[in-house]
Write a protein that binds this ligand. Structure first.
Ligand SMILES: Nc1ncnc2c1ncn2[C@@H]1O[C@H](COP(=O)(O)OP(=O)(O)OP(=O)(O)O)[C@@H](O)[C@H]1O
Ligand SMILES: [Mg+2]
Length: 341
């Protein structure tokens, strides 16, 4: 991506953020919809819009995204944006529960139906009555149980293990997986019928690296939160930290970012968190260092302006203040470097 494009994106940040805030507070009662979702990236705003649009229908939604991209946050946001928001949001991580317990977790059991079943217990499906059931890592449900789940989705009734009566359950299904279900269907490891029941709407969540500008934005929000909770002397990021955050590929997505910022805030000595505190201080390569003085200066100007814009959320007055120049001078520079929108 060219420098100009990057700067344009930074410059556009505040507009997109405004739109994002507007989107986030659109619900009639003033509660935030998709609460807590932070993004300035059009790719992610589009995801949020899709979620909002489908929230009030009963269609099943499948969220596809790598680990840490915000699948659970979006599932919760979907529930909160729906007319079921006063019902329960029940999440079950199908990968975290041993196979032999998963059936009882989902469907519940009657007293005495299993060893150790000392009392009748409702399963997660039943607990989500009137609300939303979030089936996380749905690709990890073993085949026999997939059949049982499909039957529930077709008939909307369940029977607890060891139970004789069928219980009607009205719940909205949202599921997520990081697995390639199409490949699993091809190998016979995931039922095609179940897939189509679960995936009436499929939402692909972009990785953090695909959301230009989001890493620094999220980092600032996390820093603010963790500093308030754990280390109030920390006030912000040093410039090298923001640059490193911008450049890092974030294989663990938002979860990795959140963890690194949390650790850095806890460990920080001074007011500013540096790249080293984030464990992102790379060796630094001189390979692409421009040796022409004029272009080196321009490049460094662009970089500094970009950071100042990002730190002030695109506000011209505060950007000028950070840079120690007047507003007209800043406007001149933006023009000179073709940074205006
Ligand atoms: N866009 C976002 N804005 C603010 N916080 C976010 C955003 N995306 C994710 N988070 C936060 O990052 C963490 C990871 O998100 P979440 O648990 O929703 O991801 P996930 O895709 O379910 O991850 P995993 O695959 O690891 O279960 C959570 O603490 C969540 O609140
Ligand atoms: Mg999750």
């Amino acid at each position: 991506m060219s420098q100009t494009l990057i700067v344009r994106r930074a410059y556009n940040l505040h507009l997109i953020e405004q739109e994002n805030r507007r989107l986030a507070t659109q619900s009639g009662d003033g509660n935030t919809v998709l609460g807590g979702l932070i993004t300035s990236a059009p790719e992610m705003v589009k995801v949020a819009r899709t979620i909002e649009r489908v929230a009030n229908t009963n269609v099943s939604v499948m969220l596809l995204g790598a680990s840490g991209t915000g699948k659970e946050l979006l599932a919760r946001g979907l529930h909160d944006a729906s007319s079921r928001k006063d019902g329960a949001f029940v999440a079950i991580n199908c990968a975290a529960i041993p196979e032999n317990l998963l059936e009882s977790e989902l469907f519940g059991h009657e007293k005495g139906a299993l060893t150790g079943a000392v009392k009748t217990t409702e399963g997660k499906i039943e607990q989500a009555q009137g609300g939303t059931l979030f089936l996380d890592e749905v690709g990890d449900i073993p085949l026999p149980l997939q059949v049982k789940l499909l039957r529930f989705l077709q008939e909307r009734t369940i029977e607890r293990i060891g139970g004789r009566k069928s219980i009607e359950v009205d719940t909205r299904i949202v599921c997520a997986t990081h697995q390639n279900l199409e490949a699993m269907i091809a190998d016979g490891r995931f039922g095609e019928d179940l897939f189509y029941r679960l995936a009436e709407i499929v939402v692909k969540i972009p990785s953090l690296a695909e959301r230009a500008g989001d890493a620094p934005l999220l980092a600032k929000a996390f820093l603010k939160r963790f500093a308030a909770e754990m280390n109030p002397q920390v006030k912000g990021f040093a410039a090298d930290a923001l640059a490193a955050i911008d450049a890092w590929p974030w294989p663990g997505n938002v979860r990795e970012l959140e963890n690194r910022v949390k650790r850095a805030v806890i460990m920080a000595d001074g007011k500013l968190v540096g790249a080293a505190d984030l464990d992102l201080a790379g060796p630094g390569s001189d390979d692409d260092l421009p040796l022409n003085l004029k272009s080196a200066r321009e490049e460094s100007d662009r970089k500094v302006i970009r950071h100042a814009l990002a730190r002030s959320d695109g506000n011209i007055s505060s950007t000028a203040k950070i840079l120690g120049i007047s507003r007209p001078t800043l406007y001149d520079l933006l023009k000179q470097y073709d940074l205006q929108t």
